[in-house]
Design a binder for this molecule. Structure first.
Ligand code: ZN
Length: 274
């Protein structure tokens, strides 16, 4: 997971879209029954697809939750607060008033968004209509101030949330901290299915590439220090590592955790790759 500056992103959204979203909100507010409301949401469902390219652009096409970039699959626009149903609160009719609110959109892959079973590991995940709270007694049911809610799930638009996940050297995610922060991380791993075997393997493949580069870098660094030889090769290694650590690179959070583990007083060059 990487931080997404949604406020800045929202500034790029066309005024014409915002006007359509405002009209759709009036439409859904006017619905008098739950069924009518669902029909109105369906009628305007093309609206969130219309801004998908903006959301994708903010992460260079990566899923905001798992950092996978799959150019051959249709990524989804997840409503962070589900629009028509909440799994953890059966009587809730969804945060329908946020259905056309750009700030409620998160760009994500089908594995993070939909229910999938991990055939190898046996786990089941996918966000769907999940929205657990740390304070379920304060859940908001009607259009109003959602700031009282304390979401359990890690949210890419919150600057401190991505770092609550830690990635082990084998690509498996786990909570970085204990307590409430750890609870939020472990629940997010489960619901976004961040420990799905195929995803862990893809992450590990990237980490293995990083390990090879670090090993090369260490070797080139020694000769570069000694007599300046291997400079082009050393530069190339640093450039490649920089690319892999950049926020736009796949699995960059895991890469950064791995690279940080190699920092030591002897190999200060590793600091340059961040
Ligand atoms: Zn994903």
């Amino acid at each position: 997971m990487i931080f997404i500056d949604l406020v800045r992103l929202e500034q790029r959204v066309e005024l014409s879209w915002k006007e359509k979203a405002a009209a759709a909100l009036l439409d859904v507010r006017a619905a008098t029954t739950s069924d009518d409301r669902k029909k109105v949401l369906t009628k305007h469902a093309s609206l969130w697809a219309e801004v998908k390219h903006h959301l994708a652009g903010a992460s260079t096409g990566k899923c905001w939750y798992c950092e996978t970039r799959d150019v051959r699959s249709d990524a989804a626009v997840d409503h962070f607060r589900p629009k028509s149903k909440v799994e953890e609160s059966p009587e809730h009719e969804g945060y329908w008033w946020l259905a056309f609110d750009f700030r409620n959109y998160r760009y994500c892959c089908t594995f993070c968004n939909s229910t999938r079973v991990d055939r190898v590991g046996g786990s089941r995940g996918g966000k769907q209509t999940h929205f657990p709270l740390l304070n379920p007694e304060d859940r908001v049911f009607e259009e109003g101030d959602i700031a009282v809610e304390r979401p359990m799930l890690l949210d890419p638009i919150r600057a401190t949330d991505p770092a609550l996940l830690y990635f082990r050297e084998d690509g498996v995610p786990e909570p970085r901290y204990g307590g409430e922060k750890g609870l939020r991380a472990s629940k997010s791993i489960e619901i976004y299915h961040l420990n799905h075997t195929e995803l862990v393997e893809a992450r590990l493949e990237t980490l293995n590439r990083v390990r090879e580069l670090i090993s090369l870098g260490r070797r080139y660094y020694d000769s570069w220090l000694l007599d300046g030889s291997d400079e082009p090769a050393f530069e190339s290694v640093i450039a490649q590592l920089k690319k892999l650590c950049a926020p736009g690179a796949e699995y960059s959070a895991a890469v950064r955790d791995l690279v940080k583990g190699y920092r030591d007083s002897e190999h200060t060059w590793i600091d340059q790759v961040f």
